[in-house]
Design a protein around this ligand. Sequence first.
Ligand code: R5P
Length: 282
Amino acid sequence: MKVISTEYSQILAARIAREGGWDLVDVKFSRFPDGEHYLRTGVVDDEVVVVGSVVDSDSLVQLLLLIDACSGSSPVLLLPYMGYARQDKQFYPGEPLSARAVARALSSGVCRVFTVNIHDPGVLRHFTVPVENLSLAPEIGAYLGRSGYDDPLILAPDDGAVSFASMVAAAGNWDCDHLEKTRISGEEVRIEPKHLCADGRAVVIVDDIISTGSTLATAAGLLSAQGAKTVAAACVHGVFAGGAYARLIASGVEDVAASDTIEQACSVYSAATTVVSGIRGC
Ligand code: R5P
């Protein structure tokens, strides 16, 4: 097996190759004078895993080119973070279903797809090849166990994250609860307390994505007002749009941790082990 990645997922790809005992392929990336992407691989008429998170439009184009370069071997595609997946409904006539457009484009030339904690599993139906969604909840649970939190309260910021938070909490048999969130706009959410008692507790808010950080910041403020001893956060995909990471730390969130599905300095747990098991099991 060979592992090959875009520039955006090279650290995760190297970890997957090491974990699986597979070869990591060197790729040369450059641009044409007009700014268009170019790449060249040494590849490959072998079994291949193509790894590439879609974190913006450039990363999508680079991933499409890489898949095309490998398409002769009908690779497996690992899509650690699928950008554009949150436009998964047509709210107004004339809008695209962006998740569908991206899923269809990325299905072309690959034999199957793995995603990681996709925001809405309903998006998976838009792929035109077999697809499996992997979960990093056990990895996050293991990380929290190593981090020495004292009997933490694991909290989902909304209904949608409840089963994810329960899986994280199961790692240490910790208490688990959730808040109720209403999204007012792209940058603003309202959060109301559920039946938890955060007073004096080390609270860890867990979520699939931290994007603008507004969900987390609003929840953290509420929990501090309720007497939480500390508030920390752990997510799968650390997008941190518009300076969200710094804003969260500045507002008193003790620690903000993410996985390497998006490669960030705070990527302190890896998707590699979960991915290798997923690929071996298929
Ligand atoms: C929403 O349902 C997701 O699980 C996340 O809570 C959301 O995407 C986080 O976005 P933001 O950081 O912009 O509040």
